[in-house]
Design a protein around this ligand. Structure first.
Ligand code: 5AD
Length: 355
């Protein structure tokens, strides 16, 4: 085990079988060592900086029926909403005044927002706030659509692979294909986005072997951002009675990802804060270097019910910004309010479009 950890630290690589061995056999002492190495690696590239992002949940309509997610179209118990372009801009304005320089626009897969509308939103944000980074997190789109959005000013894109195991993936995502998911990620990367993926820990029927597949896939994709959070049941989904994913297993995965992809940007996810009170700060101490603050208007926030407990977190973004910074400072971290690109990243606007 000690040798595996050394290899992981020195080469930033383990085979799928080695990852499986690590996940299944790690004891408390080696776990401590893993966390130490992961923390060292994060410090090497980011010192004690933690970046802040502003999250805007602009629509909770979704055409999909992912079995774990409360926004699934079959859920009739969620009141649906969409923010107008002006409301989105107002959220950005609030965030900008707080010092935030990255906005993450997230929604369900909502066809109401056409490509043209998403282009306009990106352009308006970039016009009004030229010095921010814009991230879209809106699901699967055609390559042409991703290109148009990039051209309109979107810099980053988040699309978790959710599970790297085809059977588990396709069982949880009716009418979706794992292949298409991977294609989307490849397209995003080739267009020149800073792209992010990730998975859910503790999904029903997920084994350590599947987690090893998730970690290997992330290494292979070699992306700029990785989001990993525990499964949290949502009461209006088919998985409502399943138990939550473990925060410890999530921390283990975060540490391994930090070592596999030393420079990747890793958020301390809200789901981690939901399953364990100190989850997010432990995430930061071990591997994470990004915090997302929710800028959505209160009425929207309450309706964006992807999983239970999400809204028990601090109410106003400003309040959570201050308390989060306090807590980070106490632990020896500093808030970095800059755009926080992937290290040495330069946007390439000379990409030749297919369209
Ligand atoms: N538990 C944990 N994470 C979830 N997500 C959606 N539903 C759940 C849930 N019940 C995650 C997905 C998605 C992200 C926005 O939220 O991974 O990509």
């Amino acid at each position: 085990m000690k040798n595996l950890l050394l290899k992981l630290h020195e080469t930033n690589f383990l085979t799928k079988n080695e990852l499986l061995y690590l996940l299944t056999n790690i004891d408390k002492e080696c776990e401590k060592e893993l966390f130490r190495l992961s923390d060292l690696t994060r410090q090497k590239y980011y010192s004690n900086k933690v970046y802040f992002r502003g999250l805007i949940e602009f629509s909770n309509y979704c055409k999909n029926t992912c079995k774990y997610c409360g926004l699934r179209s079959q859920n009739k118990n969620v009141e649906r909403y969409r923010l107008s372009t002006q409301e989105i801009l107002n959220c950005c304005d609030d965030g900008y005044k707080m010092g935030l320089r990255t906005f993450v626009l997230q929604s369900g897969e909502d066809a109401y927002f056409t490509e043209d509308m998403l282009v306009v939103i990106a352009k308006r944000i970039k016009d009004e706030f030229p010095d921010v980074a814009l991230t879209y997190s809106i699901g699967e789109k055609s390559k042409t659509c991703y290109e148009k959005l990039f051209n309109a000013g979107a810099d980053r894109f988040l699309l978790r692979h959710e599970s790297a195991n085809r059977n588990l993936y396709e069982g949880l995502h009716p009418n979706m294909s794992f292949e298409n998911r991977l294609n989307c990620l490849k397209n995003l990367k080739s267009i020149g986005y800073q792209a992010g993926s990730g998975f859910i820990v503790g999904l029903p029927d997920q084994t350590d072997e599947i987690i090893a597949e998730d970690l290997s896939l992330l290494k292979k994709l070699d992306l700029q951002m990785v989001g990993i959070g525990p499964f949290v049941p949502q009461s209006d989904t088919p998985l409502c009675d399943c138990k939550s994913g473990s925060s410890n297993k999530t921390l283990l995965c975060l540490a391994i990802v930090r070592l596999l992809l030393p420079k990747t940007l890793i958020p301390a996810t809200t789901a981690l804060a939901v399953v364990s009170k100190d989850g997010w700060i432990n995430g930061v101490k071990i591997a994470a270097n990004v915090i997302m603050l929710n800028l959505s208007p209160p009425s929207a926030k309450d309706k964006y019910r992807i999983y239970n407990g999400k809204n028990s977190l601090p109410d106003s973004a400003k309040e959570s910004l201050n308390s989060t910074i306090d807590k980070l400072n106490k632990e020896g971290f500093v808030a970095d309010m800059s755009k926080g690109n992937y290290p040495d990243w330069e946007r390439n606007d000379n990409y030749e479009y297919d369209a």
